[in-house]
Design a binder for this molecule. Sequence first.
Ligand code: SF4
Length: 334
Amino acid sequence: MSTPTPPTKPPLLEVRNLSLSFHQQEQVAIDRVSFSITAGSTLGLVGASGAGKSSIARAIMRLIKPDSGEILFKGKNIFMMNSQQMMATRQRMQLVFQEPFTSLSPRRTIEQSLLEPLQHFAIGDTNSRQEKTRQIIQTVGLDHDVLRRYPHQLSSGQQQRIAIARALITSPDLLIADEAVASLDVSIQAQIIQLIQSLQEELGITLLFISHDLAVIRQIANDVAVMYQGQLLEQSPADTFFSKPNHPYSKTLLSFTNNKAPTSLPVENWRLDRGRTTAETTSNCVFARSCQVKMPICDQLEPASHQIQYRNQHPLGPHYVKCHLYEEVNTNDT
Ligand code: SF4
C-alpha cells in the first residue's frame, strides 16, 4: 500500500454533490457523490461493474454532462469553462482505459499515436515532438524500435505501456486510470502498477485509480472510496480502510479479498449490484437489499454520510461512512 498523503496540500480535483441519470435507460449512474483528491496522491475508487465509477471518470473529462453538482479542477468548475479553457484543462488531465486499443488506432504506428496528442494540443515543433516520443517510450520502459510498430505487433502489456505513454506525453497533472490493469494477467498487472507508481513519484502526478479489484486498489491507493449503485458508501485513508473498514458493504468486500489474498477480487461475481432505476426510491439505504445487519430504519430512511470520530484524531484524513449503524456509535479507537 502507498504511504498516505497528509491532507495539508490543496486538492487538485474536487467533485461536489455530483448526480447523473441516464434518462433513456431510466438508470441512476451517479447519486450525490462528493470527494476530493490531494495533489500528488492517489484515490482508489472501487465498486462493482455498473456502480457508476466510469461515469464519474467521463464526467471529470467533461465527456458527459451531469444533472447537477460541480467538478473543480485546480479550484475552477470545469462546467463553467469555455471551450478554450476546457481545451487547456483537458491537456492537464488524461484518461487511460481498460483496453489500450481504445486509445490506439490500429492503422497508426506507435509513433504516430504518440505524436497525435502533441499535435492536437499544439505542443512543440516537429523536432521536439519526435524527441518527446523517444523520451516517453523510455520512461515507460520500452525500446525505441517500438515506435515503428503497429499496436497488433505488441503484447497486451506493451500496448498498455503505450496507452500510459500517450496519456503522459502532454505532461498532465491528473491521470485517471479506468480499470487500466483489468484486462492484463496478474504478472503484467503488477508491472503496470509498479510503472504507474514510479511515474507518479517521478512526475508528481495526481491519480484517480478506478478498479473493481480491491487487491489492486490496496497496492496503489493513498485513499479509498467505495461506490455502490451510484453512491459513495465509505471514504477513508487506505490504511484505515484496509485495517478497519466500517460500512457493511466494505467489510464484505474486504473479507472476500482477505480470504482470496493474494489473488484479485472480482467484485462482479458477487452480483450484489444490479443498479438502480430512476423510478426506485432513494428514501432507504441502497445496500439494504443485501445487508446482513439491516435494521428497520434502513428501509425507511436513507442514511447520511457520517464522519467517524476517532478518540485520537486520525492524522491521515477523514473517514466517512454512509450507514445508520454509525449515527449513534461514531467513535472508534485509532
Ligand atoms: Fe446495512 Fe442499514 Fe447500514 Fe444500510 S444503513 S448498510 S442496511 S445497516
